[in-house]
Design a protein around this ligand. Sequence first.
Ligand code: FPP
Length: 246
Amino acid sequence: MGYKEQIQQDRIPRHVAIIMDGNGRWAKRQGMARMFGHRQGVETVHHITEAAAELGISYMTLYAFSTENWNRPKDEVDALMALLVDTIAKETPTLMKNNIRLQTIGDLSRLPQVTRDNFMACIEETTKNTGLTLVIALSYSARWELIRATQKIAAAVKEGEMLIEDINEEVIGGYLTTSNMPDPDLLIRTSGELRISNFLLWQLAYSELYFTDCLWPEFTPEEFYRAIVDYQHRERRFGKTSEQVR
Ligand code: FPP
C-alpha cells in the first residue's frame, strides 16, 4: 500500500512548513551548475503544492530565501531572483486552477523591485482563493522577525498604547509575520541536515520535526505523503502527560 492510502483524512496537519534543502548538492551530483538544481527544485515546489492542496492542508510555508542567503555569490542571488519572477509568472495559472492563495513573509524591501512587483501581483490575483494558502518565506529569518516584533512592541509601550504587563504569547504572536496563521503542526527538512536554520523559531515551539535524506529536487509527493503518515503516528502532548492527551 502506498503512503497516500495510509493518510487519515481526519488528522491532516493544518500547517506544514518546509525547509527545501539540497538543490546545490543534487545538481553537483549530476555534474551540473547549482542553478540546474534550483530549477529542478521549482518542479518539486509545483508537485508538492498540488499534493498539499489536494490533501486539504490549510497552510504551507516554504523557506525559499533566507536573510543569510543574501551572502551567497551575487551570480547565484541574481539568478535565484530571476527564477522566482519566472516561476510566479508561470505558476499563477496553477494557483488559480487549484484555488490556492499566495502570501509571503520576510523583508520584501530587500528584494529587487521586479521580484517584489511580481509577488504582489500574484498575491493580489489569488487573494480570493479559499483553498491552500501557500506562504513563501523570502528574505526571511526568525531573528529578523523577532527583532522587528520587539521594536514594534517597544514602540507601542513607549506611545502608551500598551502596558509592559500586557505583553504575552498572543501579543507577541500578533506582531509576527505569521499573525494570521496557525503555528506549523509539522516541519519537514530535506537533504539530511538536522537544523532549524533561523526558520520560524517562535512558531515551531511545539511542531513535529521530520527530517529526510532526500534532496529537495528528488522529494516526490510520495515522500511528502510518507512525512504526513509519520506525523499522524506521533502523539502530540504539548507538555502534558500521555494519559492527559488520550
Ligand atoms: C536550498 O538548496 C534551496 C534554496 C536556498 C533555494 C530554494 C528555492 C527554490 C527551490 C525556488 C523556490 C521557488 C518558489 C516559487 C518557492 P541549497 O542551494 O542550499 O542546496 P545545497 O545545500 O545542496 O547547496
